[in-house]
Ligand binder design. Sequence first.
Ligand SMILES: [Zn+2]
Length: 78
Amino acid sequence: MASFLCRDCNLVFEDKKAIKKEYHDYIFGPCEKYIAYCPECKGECSEKPVPKPGKAKQATQVECGSGACQGPACSRFQ
Ligand SMILES: [Zn+2]
C-alpha cells in the first residue's frame, strides 16, 4: 500500500487503488507514476516522497525530475 500526499490539504493518506498514470515529461519524455485521489478534496495526488535516511544520493541514481519518477523503473530507462 502506498502513501500519497495531498499538497492542497497537506494530508497524507494511503490508497490501495493507486492508479498508474503515464505522462510525458517535457524534458525526459515518457514517464509513469502512481496517483490517487484525495479523500478530502478529490484532487489528484502523487505518491508521498519517501526519504532515504542515511543514504546519500548516489551518482547512479537517476530521476526524470518530476519528483515522482521511479528512476530506473521509469519507462525512459527501459
Ligand atoms: Zn486534498
